[in-house]
Design a protein. Structure first.
Ligand code: C2O
Ligand code: CU
Ligand code: CU
Length: 502
């Protein structure tokens, strides 16, 4: 039987039979609930998702205060703890928060800074870590699952931000077996490294839009992951921007704004368009492109970021919205992808002060030379009926993650070609820790295509049936992770370890 058919049939069996479900055997699924939320599409059950207030003025993310006295040092504290949020007007939602808020405070630093952040894990009964997603930090400061911070404990993360590292990074927990849950409960924030000489006109501002998604039960609580969530990754009922549903932004006609968009959802693919405004891509995960590129739409898979300049040249309403995207959904309950209004701009008909133009060149990006090593990672999904029950796996080269196993031994400074082969039925966004890479090409059904522009990336979507080739180099020795950034897939095994030797 065709693999997809087999998976669909197996899944149908699972979903139809509470008995099979009860027998289902999966690692790290200690809290699997019954079938009551199976298709989290509450609409199908007669009650829509809990209504959230909309159209409030967009709030900027609060900054993490720098406690250092002089320049060149960023010193602060991040405490992870239980907190309460008010998403819906009349009910409380228990969440996990950094310094009491979700998304966590915005960290703003400059290239060349030294960073010292004291992390206090006050999550009851759970280890955690802080991982600095995309950043060139030493391996022992990168919040690997092998370096947990126990509940009640503190640790200092310290690193230097090299020259040239300006970019839109983020931070989130990475404890073994608990990353997906700690993130969807609220632990994630943006980490900006600003350039000393930034070519983007200051008049455009610099606004971070941190996209998360949310599912609330009728009582305001966040339901636990269901079977469908474990399979596809958790997709909520609402997409929020800086914690708000469809907030509003007032701009004068002719305004240009610099916007940094983060896909900080566990598993939602965001194909974005800006109705009535013009988008120009100026940067990616690891900072600015060489030159601006005008675009009509952007696919932002989980964990990816994009930096845009948006020109509001038409009076009226401009809406950041989603388009349809088929990422290979398994089973029932496929969420609606298109037509979500994420942010609404009210463009006045009085003309803004004339804005300086965007420069034609942003910065040089040196292309990697010829790789001296090549690697091949094959992503598969398996689902098999075993005498003990149904077993589902998300595998790389046929293996599920094992913290005690080294999958790849590499040498610091070597230029490597990584070929990521997706033989599965779902898209999987591939992420590598500790460095940035350059996408070389994509291949699907024998057709090879080159990326439209050169960019520094740490996460790239590998569509089902697709092969992605990228070139990368680890500059520092130590243990690094690579994984699918659908966090439920990472948790179910789609992760590996690279040991970078000096
Ligand atoms: Cu956002 Cu292992 O990473
Ligand atoms: Cu990462
Ligand atoms: Cu995946």
């Amino acid at each position: 039987m065709h693999r997809r058919g087999f998976l669909a049939a197996s899944l149908a069996t699972v979903l139809a039979s509470p008995r099979a479900l009860a027998q289902m055997k999966m690692d790290d699924m200690s809290n699997m609930p019954g079938m009551d939320h199976a298709g989290h599409d509450m609409g199908a059950m007669g009650q829509g998702p809990v209504a959230l207030p909309q159209n409030q003025p967009l709030r900027e993310l609060p900054l993490l205060a720098n406690e250092a006295a002089g320049p060149g040092l960023f010193k602060a504290r991040l405490t992870a703890e239980s907190a309460t949020a008010r998403f819906a007007a009349d009910r409380d939602t228990p969440i996990l928060a950094y310094n009491g808020i979700s998304p966590g405070p915005l960290i703003e630093t400059q290239e060349g800074d030294r960073v010292e952040i004291t992390f206090s894990n006050r999550i009851e009964g759970e280890p955690s870590t802080i991982h600095w997603h995309g950043m060139p930090v030493p391996a022992d400061q990168d919040g690997n699952p092998m370096d947990p911070v126990a509940a009640g404990a503190d640790r200092v993360y310290a690193f230097e931000l090299p020259e040239g590292s300006a970019g839109s990074y983020w931070y989130h927990p990475h404890p073994h077996g608990r990353t997906a849950e700690q993130v969807y409960r609220g632990l994630a924030g943006a980490f900006l490294v600003k350039a000393k000489a930034d070519p983007i006109p200051a008049a455009y501002g610099d606004t971070t839009l941190f996209l998360t998604d949310l599912r609330l039960a009728a009582d305001g609580s966040m339901p636990e992951n269901t079977m469908t969530d474990m399979m596809n990754g958790r997709v909520g009922d609402q997409v929020l921007v800086n914690g708000q549903k469809n907030p509003r932004l007032a701009v004068a006609m002719g305004t240009k704004r610099r916007l940094r968009l983060y896909n900080a959802t566990n598993a939602r693919f965001l194909r974005l368009a800006f109705v009535n405004a013009a988008m120009t891509v100026i940067g990616s995960d690891g900072g600015l492109l060489e030159a601006p590129v005008a675009t009509d739409e952007i696919l932002l898979s989980p964990a990816e970021r994009v930096e845009l300049v948006v020109a509001f040249d038409k009076p009226g309403t401009a809406i950041l919205t989603t388009l349809d995207y088929d990422r290979g959904w398994m089973g029932p309950g496929r969420p609606e992808d298109k037509g979500l209004a994420l942010l609404t701009a009210d463009v006045s008909d009085t003309q803004a002060e004339p804005m300086p133009p965007l420069p034609e060149r942003l910065r040089p990006i040196a292309r990697f030379g010829q790789p001296t090593v090549s690697r091949r990672l094959v992503f598969t999904e398996t689902m098999a009926m075993k005498p003990t029950g149904m077993e589902m796996g998300f595998l790389i080269n046929g293996m599920a993650f094992d913290m005690g196993r080294v999958d790849i031994v590499a040498r610091a400074g070597d230029t490597e070609l990584w070929e990521i082969v997706n033989q599965a039925d779902m898209d999987h966004p591939f992420h590598l820790h500790g460095t940035q890479f350059q996408l070389i090409e994509r291949e699907r059904d024998g057709k090879v295509s080159k990326p439209p522009y050169l960019a520094w990336k740490d996460t790239v979507n590998v569509a089902r049936g697709e092969t992605v080739r990228l070139v990368t180099r680890q500059e520092r020795p130590g243990t690094r992770m690579y994984h699918c950034h659908i966090l439920e897939h990472e948790q179910l095994g789609m992760m590996g370890v690279v040991d970078v030797q000096a």
